[in-house]
Write a new protein. Structure first.
Length: 336
C-alpha cells in the first residue's frame, strides 16, 4: 500500500468487464427474455458505466436511456447524460418529473420547513442537507444541518430537528420513486429490463431508496466498490467530465457530494476499510496508510456497522409469515 491510487485496484479489469457483459447478456436474453434494457441516465459515473457495459453486451440499439430532471436538478446532469448517450449511440427520452412532484406538494412541504429556520428563503435561494465531516475525530452520529445559499451568495446553516429532517428526506424520496415508476412504464411498454446502477459501497450502507433507485430488475455493480467503478469508467472510456464530476445525489437545489451528505469520509478510505474488515485482513495496513489511530478506526467501523444494521430491511425481502401449524381444509377433506 504505497500508492493511494492503487488501493483496491482491479488488476484483471478486462476479465471483469467480460464477466459483467456476459452476465448482462444472460439476464436480458435468457433469464428475463427481454428485447433490451432501460437505464436512468443521471450524468453520473455509475449509470454511465452501466450504459457502456450494456452497449458492449447488447449493442446500442437495445439500450434506452431515460433522463428525468426536475426543477431542482443540476443542469450539468442533463448535459452530461446527453454527452454520454451521444458517445455510446443510444436513444434517450427526457421526462421532466417536476409536475408529478408538484402534485405531491413536495416543493411546498420542503419550503415550509426551510422557512421555519430561514425566513428569508425564497425561490432564488438554494438549499442542501449536509452532515458533519468529522467522523474520524469525534464520537456521535453526526446529525444533519440545513444549509442555504441566498441571493447574496452567502451560505448559512443550522441544525435540523429530527422530525424536520425526516419530513424533508421522506418527501425527497418521492423523486426517486417517481423516476422508478417512469423507468418501469417505458420498460413494460417496450418489453425491456430495468437496469440498476447501485454499487457495493452504496449497497452495504443502504444509500439508495427502497422502491426508488433500488427498484430495478438487475444490479450488475453490486459487488464492486465505488472506487472500482471509477476504474471501470476509465477502462470503458467514459467521458472525463463524468469521471471527474464529484459524485452527488443531485437531490437538493444546492450541490452536495455523497460524502458531504452521507458517507462522511472519502470513498477510498471507506472502501478499503470495508474490504479489510470483510476479508479479515490486517487492519494495521489501513491505519498506517491513511495515518489513522485505533480510536479513529473504531469510529469508522462503528458508523459502518450502524448504517449496515439500520438498513437491513433494504437488502432483504419483506418478512413473511410461514405456517407453524397444521393447516386443514374442510372442502378438500370432503372430496371423494
Amino acid at each position: 500500500m504505497t500508492n493511494q491510487n492503487n488501493l483496491l485496484e482491479i488488476n484483471n479489469i478486462e476479465e471483469v468487464v467480460e464477466s459483467l457483459t456476459e452476465f448482462i447478456k444472460e439476464q436480458v436474453n435468457t433469464n428475463f427474455k427481454k428485447k433490451g434494457v432501460v437505464i436512468g441516465l443521471s450524468g453520473g459515473v455509475d449509470s454511465s458505466v452501466i450504459a457502456a457495459l450494456c452497449v458492449k453486451a447488447l449493442g446500442s440499439k437495445k439500450i434506452s436511456g431515460i433522463i428525468m430532471p426536475e426543477k431542482e436538478s443540476n443542469s450539468e446532469s442533463i448535459r452530461l447524460a446527453n454527452i454520454l448517450a451521444e458517445k455510446l449511440g443510444i436513444q434517450t427520452i427526457v421526462v421532466d418529473i417536476t409536475n408529478t412532484l408538484e402534485s405531491f406538494d413536495l416543493y411546498n412541504i420542503k419550503n415550509q420547513i426551510i422557512k421555519k429556520y430561514f425566513s428569508s428563503f425564497n425561490e432564488k435561494s438554494k438549499y442542501r442537507i449536509v452532515v458533519p465531516q468529522d467522523l474520524i475525530d469525534r464520537d456521535g452520529i453526526g446529525f444533519p444541518y440545513l444549509e442555504i445559499k441566498n441571493e447574496n451568495k452567502n451560505i448559512e446553516k443550522i441544525k435540523l430537528s429530527y422530525d424536520d429532517y425526516l419530513t424533508i428526506t421522506s418527501a425527497t424520496t418521492i423523486k426517486h420513486r417517481t423516476r422508478m415508476i417512469n423507468l418501469y412504464y417505458h420498460a413494460e411498454k417496450n418489453n425491456l429490463l430495468v437496469m440498476g446502477t447501485t454499487n457495493k459501497t452504496e449497497f452495504v450502507q443502504g444509500y439508495y431508496v427502497k422502491y426508488g433507485d433500488g427498484g430495478v430488475d438487475v444490479e450488475p455493480l453490486i459487488d464492486l466498490f465505488k472506487t472500482q467503478i471509477f476504474q471501470l469508467a476509465k477502462f470503458l472510456q467514459i467521458p472525463d467530465e463524468i469521471i471527474q464530476r464529484k459524485p452527488s445525489p443531485d437531490t437538493w437545489s444546492l450541490e452536495v457530494s455523497d460524502e458531504e451528505f452521507f458517507f462522511r469520509i472519502p470513498f477510498l478510505m471507506f472502501d478499503t476499510f470495508w474490504y479489510l474488515q470483510e476479508n479479515n485482513e490486517n487492519m494495521q495496513k489501513f491505519l498506517t496508510h491513511f495515518k489513522l489511530d485505533n480510536l479513529q478506526a473504531e469510529r469508522i467501523l462503528k458508523d459502518q456497522k450502524r448504517k449496515w444494521n439500520s438498513t437491513k430491511n433494504l437488502r432483504n425481502l419483506p418478512p413473511s409469515w410461514k405456517s407453524n401449524v397444521n393447516l386443514t381444509y374442510e372442502s378438500i377433506d370432503k372430496i371423494e
